[in-house]
Ligand binder design. Structure first.
Ligand SMILES: Nc1ncnc2c1ncn2[C@@H]1O[C@H](COP(=O)(O)OP(=O)(O)O)[C@@H](O)[C@H]1O
Ligand SMILES: [Mg+2]
Length: 312
């Protein structure tokens, strides 16, 4: 939140933070005036916030039924919480997504055996309710997966939904995150996956191991990051036609703030696999970008606030 508080202050837009992690909500009470921007994270449960999802669902339902203006509201929360919802909505908007099966309350090993036989190549596992690389691991084949599963090393998804997904090989060991605010493309960020692995969190708070003070070597990384070395950069000149599809996808799904992740393959396929509706901006990249994410969010919600004020 601190980068957002600073951006809102700089833009002169009032900001009040509500931490939703359990509480009492009087459904008969009208909400305070304002614009309500949700930054609920799908991985909150991994930071000890077990009630956050249920609490946020309740608050957003109450706000929207009361006619309050939300940004990334109730329907967007469901998308944030489900990669199944993201991938199917992306595909419906004509966007290329990795081949994926969801395994819910069924034999994971048997599903993986069938998936690999059909796919004929490496795959990744992940949690449908993800964020911060939850459950993401790469397997070159069924045997390797079956051994890992049997060893108990795979942590179960919070909501019980596993994904098995085609592994997409990047042409240059990177992924791209395209940032949108108010439906408009701001800039693209490039993340070095050789050093960054599967835990793509651009916020400064995620970069250093709190115990050792050293950069973390996340699962999936192949090269150790040196102190001071950054894995994030501005992806200049990313003006692929997929951006227009993203804009349509966001409009169709009522998503107003998002970072959308893709991998470009050696043969030029741009494959999209993740939609982050509570994006964390990397401070250095954001400062180098033509427009700042937090500043644009402050301006955008500020305009909505003015409109809500003049309508009242
Ligand atoms: N299908 C895939 N092929 C190759 N790498 C992947 C694939 N899916 C995810 N990854 C890698 O794992 C990271 C985390 O996966 P992602 O789906 O974005 O989950 P999260 O919501 O936890 O960020 C990605 O940023 C990327 O580096
Ligand atoms: Mg991601």
């Amino acid at each position: 939140m601190p980068p957002f508080a600073a951006a809102f202050a700089a833009e002169g837009v009032p900001l009040v933070e509500h931490v939703l992690d359990g509480g009492v909500l009087d459904l008969a009470e009208p909400p305070a005036p304002g614009v309500w921007w949700s930054r609920m994270s799908a991985s909150a449960h991994t930071r000890g916030h077990a009630s956050s999802v249920a609490h946020t669902r309740a608050v957003l339902s109450w706000l929207e039924a009361s006619g309050a203006r939300t940004v990334n509201g109730r329907a967007v929360l469901e998308l944030e919480l489900s990669k199944v919802a993201q991938l199917t909505a992306l595909a419906a908007a004509g966007i290329d997504v990795p081949r994926t099966v969801a395994v819910v309350g069924a034999d994971l090993a048997a599903a993986a055996r069938r998936f690999v036989a059909d796919l004929g190549g490496p795959f990744v596992t992940k949690h449908s309710q993800g964020g911060k690389g939850l459950g993401v691991a790469r397997f070159s084949g069924y045997e390797e997966f079956a051994d890992t599963l049997a060893s108990g090393a795979l942590e179960d998804p919070f909501d019980g939904v596993w994904l098995l997904q085609e592994f997409i090989a990047s042409a240059d060991d990177s992924v791209t995150r395209a940032e949108f605010v108010g439906g408009e493309f701001l800039y693209a960020l490039r993340a070095d996956t050789a050093r960054g692995g599967f835990q793509l969190c651009p916020a400064d708070a995620c970069a250093v191991d709190p115990d050792t003070g050293r950069p973390v070597l996340p699962p999936g990384a192949t090269v150790a990051q040196e102190p001071g070395e950054t894995i994030f950069s501005l992806h200049e000149g990313f003006d692929h036609p997929v951006l227009e599809r993203y804009a349509q996808f966001l409009r169709r799904n009522g998503i107003e703030v998002a970072g959308i992740e893709s991998i470009t393959t050696a043969d030029g396929r741009v494959v999209t696999y993740d939609v982050n509706t509570n994006t964390n901006y990397n401070a250095a990249v954001d400062a180098a970008a033509p427009r700042s994410g937090p500043r644009e969010i402050a301006r955008y919600t500020g305009r909505l606030l003015e409109r809500a004020g003049s309508a009242a």
